[in-house]
Design a protein around this ligand. Structure first.
Ligand SMILES: Nc1ncnc2c1ncn2[C@@H]1O[C@H](COP(=O)(O)OP(=O)(O)OP(=O)(O)O)[C@@H](O)[C@H]1O
Ligand SMILES: [Mg+2]
Length: 511
């Protein structure tokens, strides 16, 4: 029988040592062409490292890469491009001040040596790519004005523009809505039919089972499972990822709620060109309560949280903390009153990449320490607290003094959560708290949320994950088109929640 999916690239004995970390410990990996090769593992398992080695961004400490049976050297990104290897990085690698089209073609400019780059042709080609991805993003808009999900689409377009034979997608869907994911899957099916070998990394296990042809599981730098996808189910993946005795979602004990800790009244965020992104929204949260705000992409959930944090000067509305009006007009003032936000785009809003993990965690808490110790910063206390949070969130690090950029993507997210907790908030706003983190860490974040609520914190979290909102919320509010369209107790029927989230859209189409 002929091999249906020939091995296009393979690694034998791949070892990668970073200062203080052995990220890959002798990995054998086969990448099959005309197929989707999925790669899964806990945060820090070594997935991105393995892909960076193939993409010429990192060099192997030991081991050999070959393509079609021949040994190859991939010493730089341009080596990889020349070998037909394209990658969509987990952390977006775009330039906010350049246009969408410029971002898409930036990697190719040097290849056209001697030619003037034809801006018109570039923008036409970019428009064609956007059509292929079923998006109407204008190629001439500055990238920085796009939302994170749209930026992710641009990053994907950039990789497609290279016409790579091997395409690596490192968590491409973490910021995409369900319908955008469907479009991407259609594009992947297309590429596969053309014989392209695809590597696909995700923490969404259902997604992997759906589109994968082959699966490789990494655990702590070692491969613990590699096989064809047929017959693989979620329990198999979880066992290979974290061993026996897998972690589960925390159980909800009968929660006790206290007095109202936060109230928003009549919050409005006008939309450019009429209407409202947040449309006369009111809600309240009690001490100890976890309130889940569910809705589809574009429902206005993120914008609502941003209004609460004073990030939209044109928004109107009233806020109360424990019954006292919130008059502070800036972010710092609102943090001082006890609000904390864990943003959706954690890399841009959450972390200072060049600072150490310890500094990042304690940055927002400095004023609190300064208060406690009369401006005489107690560094020992700072260090101890930072370490305590690292332990509580099981952040995998060599040392808290390493730069945040040395952490795996999921572990960076945990640092952002730790950072918000250090400000000692009364109300914690969380935008997609489990995005990009592995299922063990997810359970840990959920446990942390439960514990914080039990200590009296009010939590308002936004999610597009139905299972998550149902499993975690004491009460569920549903948003559509900027408005509240439903309220449900915990244990609501999934179909009712979905109906509320799509209600407005259906009406609009009928009209
Ligand atoms: N530049 C670096 N310097 C030092 N250590 C690093 C560096 N990059 C990664 N590491 C470490 O290597 C290990 C593997 O990281 P990697 O980014 O490959 O994980 P991952 O499997 O992609 O995780 P995630 O699911 O969180 O993205 C981690 O322990 C990480 O801290
Ligand atoms: Mg990664």
């Amino acid at each position: 029988m002929t091999e249906p999916h020939p091995v296009g690239l393979s690694i034998r004995g791949g070892v990668k040592v970073y200062p203080g970390t052995r990220a890959l410990k002798g990995v054998d990996f086969d990448l099959r062409m005309g197929a989707v090769n999925v790669l899964v593992g806990e945060n820090g398992a070594g997935k991105s490292t393995l892909m960076k080695v193939i993409a010429g961004v990192e060099a192997l400490t030991a081991g050999q890469i070959s393509m079609n049976g021949q040994p190859v050297q991939i010493a730089s990104k341009s080596d990889a491009v020349a070998l037909g290897i394209g990658i969509v990085f987990q952390e977006l690698n775009l330039f906010p001040n350049m246009t969408v089209a410029e971002n898409i073609f930036i990697a190719r400019e040097p290849l056209r040596l001697g030619f003037d780059i034809d801006a018109r042709a570039q923008s036409d080609a970019a428009r064609a790519l956007m059509r292929r991805l079923e998006h109407d993003i204008d190629p001439d808009t500055p990238l920085g004005t796009l939302r994170i999900g749209q930026q992710q689409i641009v990053e994907i377009a950039k990789a497609l523009a290279q016409n790579a034979r091997i395409l690596i997608l490192d968590e491409p869907t973490s910021a995409l809505s369900a319908s955008e994911v469907e479009v991407l899957f259609r594009v992947i099916a297309d590429l596969k039919a053309q014989g392209v070998g695809i590597v696909y990394i995700s923490h969404r296990l259902e997604e992997l089972i759906r589109i994968g042809d082959y699966i490789t599981v990494l655990r702590d730098g070692t491969i613990t499972g590699a096989r064809a996808m047929e017959g693989v189910d979620i329990p198999w993946i979880v066992r290979a990822m974290i061993g026996e005795g897998s972690k589960e979602f925390p159980r909800t004990e009968a929660p006790r709620f206290g007095a109202e800790v936060f109230r928003a009244e009549d919050v409005c965020l006008p939309r450019l060109g009429g209407g409202f992104t947040v449309d006369h929204l009111s809600l309240s949260v009690r001490e100890g309560e976890i309130l889940g705000l569910y809705g589809l992409m574009g429902a206005g959930r993120t914008e609502f949280l941003e209004c609460v944090m004073a990030q939209h000067p044109h928004a109107t509305g009233r806020y109360f903390i424990a019954g006292q009006p919130l008059t502070e007009r800036d972010v710092a003032g609102r943090i001082a009153r006890g609000l904390a936000l864990i943003p959706e785009d954690r890399k841009r809003d959450g972390l200072v990449q060049i600072m150490s993990i310890r500094e990042n965690i304690t940055l927002s808490a400095l004023s609190r320490f300064a208060r406690l110790f009369h401006l005489n910063l107690d560094l020992r206390a700072e260090a101890a607290s930072a370490l305590d949070f690292v332990k509580r969130l099981t952040i995998k690090i060599a040392s808290p003094d390493n730069p945040v950029s040395s952490l795996s993507g999921g572990n960076q997210q945990k640092v952002v959560i730790g950072k918000a907790l250090m400000t000692d908030p009364k109300i914690l706003l969380m935008d997609e708290p489990s995005r990009g983190i592995d299922i063990g860490a997810k359970a840990e974040v959920f446990r942390t949320m439960r514990r914080l609520a039990a200590e009296g914190l009010g939590i308002l979290f936004v999610t597009s994950d139905l299972d998550e909102v149902l499993a975690l919320s004491d009460r569920i509010l549903v948003m559509a088109d900027g408005r509240l369209t439903g309220e449900f107790p915990s244990g609501a029927a999934p179909a009712d929640v979905i109906a509320a989230a799509t209600r407005h859209k259906l009406k609009d189409h009928a009209a």
